[in-house]
Design a binder for this molecule. Structure first.
Ligand SMILES: C[S@@+](CC[C@H](N)C(=O)[O-])C[C@H]1O[C@@H](n2cnc3c(N)ncnc32)[C@H](O)[C@@H]1O
Length: 246
């Protein structure tokens, strides 16, 4: 049910996928609640063995399967929304870094009127949403999103994660750049009174960015949802009440 690719100004055709709303998809059978051990097969690195073992034993991964969510990350947005009331019924929502689509599912479940997800990776359609397969930093991304939404969004979500290299400093710089770009994007497109949520990493948000967000929003807080792994350096930043770009 994907629409024909639309040509954005000066770039390659951008894939836009649309679907009608249907009841929650991807229902899975209940997963057996047992502890899984992974034998290290020849060629499998110890890091990927540990990752796989953690995935198989993670209660949020199991619950995501049971409830039909595409990612355990879905629970993070659910918790953030319970605490900070971000997505109201009828809201227009943009989700930066949407693959595989867990946050898109939650935004729709919370009653968003329109959700546009964007990712450099392909995302299987989430019924009721529109997905752009493109880099959100592309020059024509803001216009492409506005075109699909019809007006400025009420909420910009960002669960963006850079591809890591394993080199600590390089990864830190890549991540900081991604968060800054997401914040600038939100400041450029949000409706006054709108909200912005972004993943940031340990050490919190860089002071310069934090000051910028505090100047542009009524309320700015860091939050660590329970669904975010305790050992993970990720936390989230919630900015509410956009005052208009300053
Ligand atoms: C942790 S995942 C998002 C998970 C999602 N919130 C969910 O619940 O399914 C982060 C995503 O950010 C995407 N990403 C990273 N850089 C991007 C960019 N410049 N433009 C668009 N997407 C990007 C990655 O491709 C990846 O799919």
């Amino acid at each position: 049910m994907s629409d024909k690719p639309k040509k954005m100004s000066g770039g390659k055709p951008t894939e836009i996928r649309r679907a009608r709303k249907t009841p929650k998809e991807d229902e899975h059978n209940a997963t057996r609640m047992m502890h899984h051990k992974v034998k290290t097969a020849r060629g499998r690195k110890i890091g990927s063995k540990l990752w796989l073992e953690r995935q198989l034993n993670d209660p949020y991964v199991k619950e995501a399967k049971i409830q039909g969510y595409r990612s355990r990350a879905a629970f993070k947005l659910k918790e953030l929304n319970e605490k900070y009331s971000l997505i109201k019924k009828g809201a227009l929502v943009v989700d930066l870094g949407a693959a595989p689509g867990g946050w898109v599912q939650i935004a729709l479940e919370l009653g968003a009127r329109e959700v546009v997800g964007i990712d450099i990776l392909p995302v299987d359609m989430v019924a009721g949403s529109q997905i752009l397969e493109m880099d959100f930093m592309a020059d024509d991304a803001p216009d492409a999103i506005k075109l699909l939404l019809g007006e400025a969004p009420d909420v910009v979500l960002s669960d963006l994660a850079a591809n890591t290299t394993g080199h600590k400093n390089t990864d830190h710089l890549k991540t900081v750049a991604l968060v800054e770009a997401a914040a600038e994007f939100a400041l450029d497109v949000l409706k006054p009174g709108g909200h912005f949520v972004t993943k940031v990493f340990q050490g919190g948000t860089e002071k310069k960015l934090l000051d910028r967000l505090k100047a542009n929003f009524e309320f700015v807080r860091h939050a660590k949802p329970k669904a975010s792994r305790a050992g993970s350096p990720e936390i989230y930043l919630v900015a509410k009440g956009f005052k208009g770009k300053r």
